[in-house]
Design a protein around this ligand. Structure first.
Ligand code: PMP
Length: 397
């Protein structure tokens, strides 16, 4: 029976991992996989997380199931982290929320929730968007379309084009937005764009759906979610999927949160039963460990301050690498304008070189990146900037 199903092609990004591993060039640089790395190329456990692990080890006294919500202190902590401790929607009890297995778990449950609302809904994603959005949403049975977003000529968002599309949407549409640090392009919406999206959502009646996987890795914990908070304060209903993979470095602990903002408390209570029911049908309940760690960090003043400092250091490092790379590129006198590198936010940028040039970067210079030319800026270090820039010069002319 199993012969009916073919072997699937390998994931191209995972293929790069193998190629990089086997490359013997001592100057090789891995800009492919999207995890944060330090100057030594290591994805270390944050010290605040290590301390929370120790506390958890000493205090956990049972492995019995946690409830369907997940770790309550985690869920409440994330609501405040994203929407603000004083957010009206939070204090009014308008947010239904569950802990989920990573941001992917939140996105998947959200997609099923949308399907349950109306199976004929269309989810609109940015062009381009994070590759995994497509299978996560499509597997729930929803149609996906894309709205114009990235302007390859400038490396910024083409908001007027995006807006033209949003102006044509209606109540059967859901618009998926990246909360900050757009993956894969690094081109973020400005606060004014968020205000205009909010107006459009209220005019046209589409449902905003925010995926936020990099809070704190752009301009700071509060600045990164300024637009999301505006949206939340000014629309009745929306969905938010968050991830603690990057900002707490909890990748393998699968720690995320799904929030559904309803019009009033009564509806939020009803939506709470819906998302819990969907989680139950998928995986029963979320793994708890990462939620315990985040709860411990967010509700302990000293640990929270330490975590915020570590996260700020990560963001500062990425910004410094952006500035350093641009400086080296300018020093090489490359014709192409790369100034977008320092305007873009978070870990990713599209270098805007073509697949042939990407291939040459890999084959001739052992610099690995996705075919789209998406690079993980955190994969750079101060020692390789000149090498990457001079290789780009050779490839771009
Ligand atoms: N959304 C975006 C845009 C992402 O880049 C990621 C992580 N790569 C996620 C969601 C979810 O990640 P995870 O499931 O690992 O928490």
């Amino acid at each position: 029976m199993f012969s009916r199903l073919p072997k699937l092609p390998a994931d191209p990004l995972l293929g790069l991992i193998g190629l990089y591993r086997d490359d013997t060039n001592p100057n090789k640089v891995d800009l492919g996989v999207g995890v944060y790395r330090d100057e030594q190329g290591h994805t270390a456990i944050m010290t605040s997380v290590q301390k929370a692990q120790q506390i958890h080890l000493e205090t956990e006294d049972s492995k019995t199931y946690i409830g369907p919500v997940g770790v309550p202190g985690f869920v409440n902590g994330i609501k405040s982290l994203v929407l603000g401790a004083q957010a009206q929607a939070v204090t009014d009890g308008r947010i239904a929320a569950i802990q989920t297995p990573g941001g992917c778990g939140a996105l998947r449950v959200a997609a099923e929730f949308i399907h349950r609302l109306d199976k004929d809904m269309t989810v609109w994603v940015s062009d381009p968007t994070w590759a995994n959005h497509v299978p996560l949403i499509r597997s729930a049975g929803l149609e996906i379309k894309s709205y114009p977003y990235f302007d390859a000529a400038t490396g910024d968002v083409d908001y007027e084009k995006m807006d033209q599309q949003l102006a044509q949407l209606g109540p059967k549409d859901v618009v998926l937005l990246h909360g900050c640090c757009h993956n894969p392009t690094g081109a973020d919406l400005s606060f004014e764009h968020w205000q205009r999206i909010t107006e459009r959502a209220n005019q046209q009646g589409f449902l905003p759906f925010v995926d936020i996987a990099y809070q704190g890795l752009g301009d700071g914990l509060d600045d990164d979610v300024k637009g999301v908070r505006w949206l939340s304060e000014n629309v009745k209903e929306m969905i938010i999927a968050t991830s603690c993979s990057k900002n707490f470095g909890l990748y393998r602990e699968r720690t995320g949160c799904l929030m559904v903002q309803a019009e009033n408390k009564q509806q939020a209570e009803a939506m709470q039963t819906q998302v819990q029911d969907l989680a139950r049908a998928n995986y029963s309940m979320s793994p708890a460990y990462g939620g315990f760690l985040v709860d411990t960090i967010l509700h302990n003043d000293a640990l929270r301050a330490e975590w915020q400092q570590e996260l700020a250091n990560m963001a500062t490092r990425v910004k410094a690498l952006r500035a350093g790379l641009l400086e080296q590129i300018n020093a090489q006198g490359i014709d192409k304008d790369f100034s977008f590198i320092t305007r873009q936010k978070g870990m990713f940028s599209y270098l805007g070189i073509n697949p042939e040039q990407v291939k040459r970067m890999r084959e001739e210079f052992s610099i690995y990146m996705a075919d789209s030319s998406r690079v993980n800026i955190a994969g750079l270090n101060t020692h390789c900037l000149e090498y990457v820039a001079s290789s780009l010069k050779k490839v771009c002319g």
